[in-house]
Design a protein around this ligand. Structure first.
Ligand code: 2HA
Ligand code: ZN
Length: 273
């Protein structure tokens, strides 16, 4: 099957476009990666016969991802061009046997390289491969405005953000009962922020980057779009409600959060109650 006809390629492009339509990807903001299944990787090898690029340093070590294939957006590329100009705006790469190098098989035309946040994406994939038994395949990073605004209002702690989101929209505790993690402001695109994010990804599927944006992990493109949209919507409601001044009285109370968990049959992360 041609690369552009593969369902994962279509899903990848659709998520990028949906994020653009939401206003989450100004300039080259945000990035996306997907870990191909064995069958999808086999199809890539069969159709293309050989890699199009040489082995290149990842500048990170992800030994558990040795031999995996990833679809990933291009550094300095615009998400709005993923649908318009796929072979330029993203690509498919293979990780080498040591987990320290990648080479391109498809796309990233004219010498393009994967996103500057590739180290963060790969470290997150490595953790999720382990903690979800391979179920999670998608890591998505975006710059949603209300969530970023909230990072100027709340202290940069897991508890402050989890409670602020859980208390403002009834669906939030149902959708992310484990809560959300928060990385304090750090320089993006480097080892330390990748390590800090992937450490939080052990416990959460949603990680806030203070004064920057949000990372989410999920089993498919729908799930990741849904998580991004839910957090951003809750953040927007919170910002609007808080601006009106009468917030405290009407927020969902701890006993009500416990009641939702009991009635829906899930367990809320006790450390945030
Ligand atoms: O790819 O969003 O965090 C551009 C960014 C960097
Ligand atoms: Zn970013």
């Amino acid at each position: 099957m041609k690369i552009l006809d593969m369902p994962c390629t279509k899903g990848f492009m659709q998520l990028a476009q949906d994020g653009v339509d939401k206003g989450w990807h100004e300039m080259n903001g945000g990035n996306l990666s997907y870990r191909l299944t064995k069958d999808e990787a086999a199809n890539v090898k069969k159709v293309l016969k050989k890699a199009s690029g040489d082995w290149t340093d990842i500048c990170e070590s992800v030994p558990k991802l040795a031999g995996e294939f990833f679809m990933v957006t291009r550094t300095t590329g615009y998400m709005r061009n993923v649908m318009r100009n796929p072979e330029n705006a993203f690509g498919i790469v293979e990780i080498d046997k040591t987990g320290t190098k990648y080479r391109t098989w498809w796309g990233l035309s004219n010498g393009g390289r994967p996103t500057s946040e590739f180290p963060s994406h790969l470290k997150n994939h490595e953790v999720k491969l382990e903690t979800t038994g391979g179920e999670h395949r998608v890591i998505y990073h975006a710059h949603p405005v209300n969530l970023i605004a909230l990072t100027f209002v709340l202290p940069p702690t897991d508890k402050a953000f989890t409670r602020a989101l859980w208390e403002i929209m009834t669906e939030c505790p149902v959708i992310f009962p484990e809560g959300v993690g928060v990385v304090p402001w750090m320089v993006p695109g480097k080892g330390p922020i990748a390590t800090a994010t992937s450490k939080l990804m052990r416990d959460y599927n949603i990680v806030v980057w203070v004064h920057h944006g949000l990372f989410v992990s999920g089993k498919d493109f729908d799930r990741c779009f849904g998580l991004m949209e839910t957090v951003e919507k809750a953040a927007e409601i919170r910002i609007r409600a808080q601006s009106s001044g009468a917030m405290k009285k009407s927020a969902i109370q701890v006993r009500q959060l416990r009641q939702i968990a009991k009635d829906f049959g899930f367990t809320l992360n006790e450390k945030f109650l």
